[in-house]
Design a protein around this ligand. Structure first.
Ligand code: HEM
Length: 416
């Protein structure tokens, strides 16, 4: 049977991304028989992909690449120019191995322990505060955690400045006007800070422990056997600590979930398997990354649609995590759905899909899970707090999404 590939009739749909937010792709693709839809965004023809099959195509590196797939505004704020996100082929795999080498079971356990230690420090601080906004506080907690885990020295007097710059880099890429300009400045400051540390490690002026991200980035050699340019090493080290701070968004959504689904609390505090399923459901259910981009490597036809070389392709990250063909009652928060989940590579994709080594799937997926598990366990087992009346709603039209109140707590203290 021939089914016509649906197309938008408008000249350009960039504004619709702002209007529809996380629902930009699902709204278009999921009402049709195919997993592909043609539109125009940012002045060019783009194919929107959804569904598990769409994800398989998007992560097929024989058909898609990442060269020129990201807008300059994203590179100059969030990721950094020339970083792993823009690489392909053997050079990408070689760089990816560097990131994956940091994710040993011991390193992940260490990250869990540092996170728990910092929750205890912050609980002490919060017990003296009238009101605690978890989103704001957790960014500092995670900045301290990220730097300690990566082996980056962080003097007490610079904690706030570094937390603020790394947060600006995360939030500024989609902003317009002064906030975006501030975000670019924050990246420049952060790159200079970390580059200086890389140079000190290389010269021996600063000691770094093997296995820590700072050591491995400073020591890494590219495929030609040359050390990374110091600025590039800094950009990649920022690719470790910046996203660790971004976990504050999942963490804040998790705190909301514990209130909205109070029946989960006891099991999160006691049952390791349930804690894992709860964490997976937080990553699936709540909006974070809306979509990702790639470019077509060469002309080919798929599901009756002709993809043309260098065409922009966007994959529906949020929509696939909520696709009713994959998830039963996708808009219900239900951690138990992961009891029989087979760990598919193309269904749960809040941090990208496919394999880690050849493709661009996030190497920080396990660190993210560790930090969240440590945090949810701590909150339910060791933290007593009250939740004053507040608005934790969030809008799917606003990217990035966040509960409006940022999750406010009062009367915070250690549980007896
Ligand atoms: C809030 C938690 C996080 C989210 C939502 C997230 C999301 C993502 C997504 C969507 C991608 C892109 C996948 C693609 O392009 O196909 C990605 C890639 C990446 N992430 Fe994460 N991430 C998170 C945490 C982390 C952490 C903790 C680290 C490091 C420890 C990390 C390091 C990276 C790197 C280096 C890449 C580029 C991989 C590549 O291009 O091959 N991320 N992440």
């Amino acid at each position: 049977m021939t089914v016509k590939v649906p197309k938008d009739r408008t000249i350009d749909n960039t504004l619709a991304i702002f209007k529809d937010g996380y629902e930009f792709i699902p709204k278009r693709v999921q009402n049709h028989h195919l997993d592909v839809y043609e539109t125009r965004v940012l002045g060019e023809k783009a194919a929107l992909l959804s569904g598990e099959e769409g994800a398989k195509l998007f992560y097929d590196t024989s058909k898609m690449n990442r060269k020129n797939a990201l807008p300059t505004r994203v590179l100059k704020t969030l990721f950094g120019e020339g970083a792993i996100q823009t690489m392909d082929g053997d050079a990408h795999t070689h760089r990816k191995l560097l990131f994956m080498s940091l994710m040993t079971p011991e390193a992940l356990q260490h990250l869990y322990d540092i996170t728990t230690k910092n929750w205890a420090h912050f609980t002490k601080k919060w017990s003296g505060m009238k009101k605690v906004t978890l989103y704001d506080e957790s960014r500092e907690l995670l900045c301290r955690t990220a730097c300690e885990w990566a082996g980056i020295p962080l003097a007490e007097k610079e904690v706030q400045k570094r937390t603020s710059d790394l947060s600006l880099m995360i939030d500024g890429f989609s902003a317009i006007g002064p906030k975006h300009i501030e975000s670019r400045r924050a990246r420049k400051r952060s790159e200079a800070w970390i580059e200086n540390l890389i140079l000190k490690v290389r010269s021996g002026e600063m000691k770094a422990e093997q296995g820590k991200a700072i050591y491995e980035m400073a020591a890494h050699k590219d495929l030609s056997g040359e050390p990374l340019d110091a600025r590039m090493a800094a950009i990649e080290l920022l690719n470790v600590i910046r996203p660790l701070i971004a976990i504050s968004k999942f963490l804040t959504f998790g705190a909301v979930a514990l209130e909205e689904y109070p029946e989960t609390k006891t099991r999160v505090s006691l049952d390791d398997e349930y804690l894992f399923m709860f964490t997976q459901e937080i990553r699936r259910f709540y909006p974070f990354v809306p979509f990702l981009g790639a470019r077509v490597d060469h002309d080919f036809t798929w599901q009756q649609y002709s993809f043309t070389k260098d065409q922009l392709v966007l994959i529906d990250v949020y929509g696939i995590n909520h696709d009713p063909r994959i998830w039963e009652n996708p808009d219900e928060f239900h951690p138990e759905r992961f009891t029989d989940w087979d760990g598919g590579l193309f269904d749960l994709i809040p941090q990208g899909g496919g394999g880690y080594y050849k493709g661009h799937r996030c190497p920080g997926e396990w660190p993210t899970i560790e930090v969240l598990q440590a945090s949810f366990r701590y909150m339910t087992k060791h933290l007593d707090y009250r939740v004053p009346k507040q608005d934790y709603s969030y809008s799917l039209k606003k990217i990035p999404a966040l509960p409006k109140s940022g999750f406010v707590m009062d009367h915070v203290h250690f549980k007896n």
